[in-house]
Design a protein around this ligand. Structure first.
Ligand SMILES: Cc1cc2nc3c(=O)[nH]c(=O)nc-3n(C[C@H](O)[C@H](O)[C@H](O)COP(=O)(O)OP(=O)(O)OC[C@H]3O[C@@H](n4cnc5c(N)ncnc54)[C@H](O)[C@@H]3O)c2cc1C
Length: 416
């Protein structure tokens, strides 16, 4: 649908050549999607992952049509349809309201306007789908338990040293290196000398609750978005697992750099307990909460020579527009063809950065602004609720077309 001003890019036709190898740091959503896409262009890929196996931490993910279309192009449609679920509507509940203020059309409406469904899926299901797809490609290799890596760019290309947790070291000369190593990316901080991630002063409290315990409080065909003074909650079902994914978001100033931990009860503002639905969620999940401090990372330098960043490594953001993973997938949709079809990795990264940065910036701003809107206190919340209900149940399909209708630019080859 909406494609942006630079929907097609002219690139010289390289008319090449021998197999190239690209190294990727991180086997998360960004890294595995990138590996799959590059492998489908015939490139050999080595994925370096610090953990001993694929990470499945986390609970739910919403995958919007802009990202889903790219995943479908990678041949994943059937697997995603099998494990994901397209919720029919988003029920919006302002604080303590027993019935939804409005139900935004999703399901069929999203699919008919944007050409792909708006899906929710358990994070480990998405990781497993990507990993299985990667394993079917002989030209993708995973190296787990990687301790660190270092590299130097020089006239002849790139020299990379990888050190594993068992102490073994290997040296190699890849064509390019893609840092998909997440919010605390070593590629960003060490190799590109970029900034550290910053704690955002927001906490996500995450839980998975049996659907049977919440069926009286929500429509379990829908996503529910509950706004409150200083906090908000999102709930959506994973029907095949018979659980509801819950994420509550609160503000919390912390002096030390916090890391995730398991807790008994989320630290919701006292007002939260005056809301029957919030109380029901807290009671149902007692003992099973993950306190997840949210970090953000912004850098204007997404590459240096043949080394570049994608996903959270380049632009970790607040999850209030549910677009972090979607932006990682879009990054792949732009960068993989550039790396595959041009014969200069540095230029490929430069073009990718110039295409992607303004869009990602706008998404980052929108996400932060949503946080302020969702957390509004009375009396401002009254005006917010009036505006939302006047807009009606389908206005978001137009208002957010710039996000969900995005098409990755098509590369047009020209003579060398
Ligand atoms: C509460 C919450 C809800 C969210 N909801 C949504 C949503 O609904 N929709 C959406 O689109 N986004 C959502 N997001 C954002 C989304 O989770 C992230 O944007 C996405 O997971 C980023 O993927 P990534 O592959 O870039 O990073 P990661 O998923 O963090 O993967 C990075 C990988 O790199 C590995 N790694 C790290 N360092 C190294 C190293 N030095 N060497 C080797 N490997 C390394 C890690 O182990 C990991 O496997 C949400 C985020 C949060 C916190």
């Amino acid at each position: 649908m909406t494609a942006g001003p630079d929907a097609s890019i002219n690139i010289p036709n390289p008319g090449f050549e021998k197999t190239r190898t690209i190294y990727i740091a991180g086997a998360g959503i960004a890294g595995m999607t990138m590996a799959l896409s590059l492998a489908m262009f015939g490139i050999r890929v080595v994925v370096l992952e610090q953990t001993p196996q694929i990470q499945t931490e986390g609970a739910g993910l919403q995958i919007s049509p802009n990202a889903r279309k790219i995943l479908n192009e990678l041949g994943l449609n059937e697997a995603l349809e099998g494990l994901g679920f397209a919720t029919r509507e988003i029920d919006i509940y302002p604080f303590r309201r027993p019935t939804p203020l409005i139900s935004l059309k999703m399901g069929d409406a999203m699919e008919s306007v944007f050409g792909a469904p708006y899906m929710v899926i358990h994070r480990s299901d998405l990781s497993n789908i990507l990993f299985s797809a990667c394993q079917r490609h002989a030209n993708i290799e995973f190296q787990f338990s990687v301790r660190s890596f270092d590299m130097q760019a020089h006239q002849k290309g790139l020299s990379l040293t990888v050190e594993n947790r068992d102490g073994s070291v290997h040296n190699t000369r890849p064509y390019a290196f893609v840092g998909a190593d997440g919010v605390h990316s070593m590629t960003r901080t060490k190799i590109l000398a970029g900034p550290d991630a910053q704690y955002s002063n927001y906490i996500a409290w995450r839980a998975l609750i049996p659907s049977s315990m919440l069926k009286d409080h929500f429509n379990l065909n829908n996503t529910s978005l509950m706004w409150g003074p200083g906090f908000h909650t999102i709930a959506y079902p994973h029907p095949k697992r018979h659980v509801v994914n819950i994420a509550m978001f609160t503000k919390e100033k912390l002096t030390k750099k916090p890391s995730p931990q398991t807790v008994l009860t989320p630290d919701v503002p006292k007002a939260g307990f005056a809301c029957t639905r919030t109380k029901a969620i807290i009671n149902a999940a007692e003992g099973g909460w993950k306190k997840w401090p949210l970090y953000a990372a912004q850098t204007s330098q997404w590459y240096k020579g043949p080394v570049g960043l994608i996903g959270d490594a380049a632009h970790a953001m607040l999850p209030y527009q549910a677009q972090g993973a979607a932006m990682a997938i879009e990054d792949v949709g732009v960068l993989a063809p550039l790396l595959a079809k041009t014969n200069d990795a540095t230029k490929a990264f430069a073009t990718y950065q110039s295409i992607r940065q303004s869009r990602v910036k706008r998404i980052v701003k929108t996400s932060a602004s949503n946080g302020r809107i969702y957390h509004m206190e009375w009396p401002f919340s009254i005006f917010r609720d009036i505006v939302v209900s006047v807009q009606g149940p389908t206005a978001h399909l137009q208002r957010l077309a710039w996000i969900y209708g995005y098409e990755t630019p098509k590369l047009q080859q020209t003579s060398p």
